[in-house]
Ligand binder design. Structure first.
Ligand SMILES: C[S@@+](CC[C@H](N)C(=O)[O-])C[C@H]1O[C@@H](n2cnc3c(N)ncnc32)[C@H](O)[C@@H]1O
Length: 203
């Protein structure tokens, strides 16, 4: 099991490449792994542009779904560029907590830099397919634009793990792409783009 917890301000060790999933290394090195990737993509306007101007609407829909404030234990599966986690942390109720997992230390380091809040946020170096948490230990979990980047089997394991750690009666919020409508013009633009950049999003 690959679970390592980083407290605020901790320097993270470089991660051995064997712990990086192949699909991430092969298809997304330019987006998440390369040190210049973080410097390039960590821009709110750019993340919003990639989501066709929908970032804030989708982020706020997740936050509203989780509560205002959000009580109990919350898990975010995988870091996100932009202010998603910062806003999520700001919504955590007194006595509540937020755990964020990611398989890339560089992404956890980047998130740590963005978190200025006093809310208890714990970052975990951990794979979404093998969360090192007890069954039914979270009141809610959120997976924001991760699943389309994962091969089908990995995606299933990620969902199974998230469902395992959320309490019965708790909530799992998933936000991701859906298929464009048959007649939508973007359908024809999107296909070649996805084939080149996000191959697992096609299904
Ligand atoms: C949530 S997704 C994409 C989100 C969105 N496109 C954005 O703006 O960041 C990207 C994150 O997922 C993480 N990730 C990918 N596969 C993972 C896995 N198996 N376990 C944990 N984190 C993973 C990557 O390291 C990266 O930080």
């Amino acid at each position: 099991m690959l679970t390592e917890t980083f407290a605020a301000g901790t320097q993270l060790e470089a991660q051995p490449s064997r712990t990086i999933p192949d699909y991430l290394q092969d298809n997304y090195w330019w987006a998440y792994i390369h040190p210049l990737a973080v410097r390039f993509f960590e821009r709110q306007w750019l993340v919003n542009a990639i989501l066709c101007g929908n970032f804030a609407r989708l982020r706020d829909a997740v936050l509203d779904e989780l509560g205002a404030p959000i009580s109990g234990r919350t898990l975010q599966v995988a870091c996100v560029y932009g202010d998603f986690s910062v806003r999520l942390a700001d919504r955590i109720a007194p006595g509540g907590s937020l755990d964020v997992v990611d398989v890339l230390p560089i992404q956890l380091q980047n998130l740590r830099r963005k978190l200025t809040t006093s809310t208890p946020v714990t970052l975990h170096h951990c794979d979404s397919t093998a969360l090192g948490f007890a069954d039914a230990s979270y009141d809610q979990a959120v997976i924001f634009f991760l699943l389309h980047e994962q091969p089908a089997l990995v995606r299933k394991q990620t969902i199974a793990e998230a469902l395992r750690v959320v309490k019965p009666g708790g909530k799992l919020v998933i936000v991701d792409y859906h298929r464009p409508a048959q007649v939508h013009p973007i359908r024809y633009l999107l296909r070649p783009l996805l084939r080149a950049l996000e191959p697992y999003a096609l299904d």
